[in-house]
Design a protein around this ligand. Structure first.
Ligand code: ZN
Length: 312
């Protein structure tokens, strides 16, 4: 049952060979009082279901009697990738978040991206694009760029990454079109779900307070750390990753050379590879629970260069 306080509309995308109609479901929560329009989008990557729950809770918890403006929420931007729990859309193997603004005459994912850009983005004053770590990894940070930096700050996560924006990402496209955007990376890996969901909802409420859509001031941590250099540590061997760094240590610094995890063969039990912290110190950005499956080239761990970090 959709929340009766929000209106559900569907946006047709295309008909597939199996006869199914791909449609996007958009929730519009409107107060009737003038104010900005905030877009919230989730599940551009299909293996990040936590973000859907952040959207659902947000729409449940927002006090409609105090709202100004409207929320436009698209909880599942990539339904077929969600169905298969994969980052990419399996029908054409594409990463939707590298092909925005898409192409109305392009391949399947490009057509989907085009529909999102032409039917979801227009009229937005700001956008929150929710991501998480995927099926196995867990993350905890938000991107910050010069345009919309205030929104990234008030989203209120402890760790902010001021790095290059991926060409073809929705955030990049939205910013280029004058829509300030927060891209958050929260949770995943089925670790500590409630805490990450709560922080996601609080982040969006903070953004709404900052924009004057809700009364009150954003709730912010005492200090936030901005990092400029993040390295993805992708293993060269697949198997079982035995992580030495629990999810509770995300955002914390470890000395250079610290053993982050070992890739162990699930067949022979031999250690195939050790993954160690490359920076002195290394701030943990992405980690895994103790036992997770890993393939060569996966997101093994992510760490930030602590020496170049600034505290605000
Ligand atoms: Zn993602």
């Amino acid at each position: 049952m959709p929340d009766h306080r929000s209106r559900l509309r569907t946006i047709p995308v295309h008909t597939l060979a199996n006869g199914h109609q791909l449609v996007l479901h958009v929730h519009e929560m409107e107060s009737g009082r003038p104010g900005p329009t905030l877009g919230v989008i989730a599940t551009i990557h299909g293996d990040e279901p936590l973000s859907i729950e952040i959207v659902r809770r947000l729409l449940q918890e927002v006090d409609l009697s105090r709202l100004r403006g409207r929320i436009r929420a698209l909880p599942v931007a990539n339904p077929y990738a969600y169905q298969s729990s994969t980052r990419n859309l399996p029908l054409d193997m594409s990463n939707l978040n590298r092909i925005f603004p898409g192409d109305p005459d392009g391949m399947l994912s490009e057509q989907l991206a085009h529909v999102i850009c032409s039917h979801f983005l227009p009229g937005l004053d700001a956008l929150v694009d929710l991501h998480s770590g995927g099926i196995w990894p867990t993350v905890d940070y938000a991107y910050i760029h010069d345009e919309g930096a205030d929104l990234s700050r008030v989203f209120g996560l402890d760790l902010l990454f001021k790095g290059p924006s991926y060409a073809g990402s929705l955030g990049n496209h939205a910013r280029q079109n004058g829509i300030p955007t927060v891209v958050s990376e929260l949770g995943g890996g089925q670790a500590d779900n409630e805490r990450f969901i709560g922080r996601g909802v609080r982040g969006i409420v903070n953004v709404m307070r900052h924009l004057g859509m809700l009364p009150g001031r954003p709730e912010l941590p005492d200090r936030q750390t901005i990092v400029h250099d993040i390295r993805i540590l992708r293993p060269h061997h697949g198997g079982m990753m035995l992580s030495e760094i629990g999810v509770e240590r995300l955002g914390q610094a470890v000395p250079v050379g610290t053993l982050l995890g070992r890739v162990v063969s699930p067949y022979t039990f031999e250690t195939l590879e050790e993954v160690r912290a490359p920076f002195d110190p290394s701030i943990m950005v992405l980690t895994r629970q103790r036992f997770t499956k890993v393939e060569p080239g996966d997101y093994g761990f992510m760490v930030a260069d602590g020496a170049g970090a600034e505290t605000v």
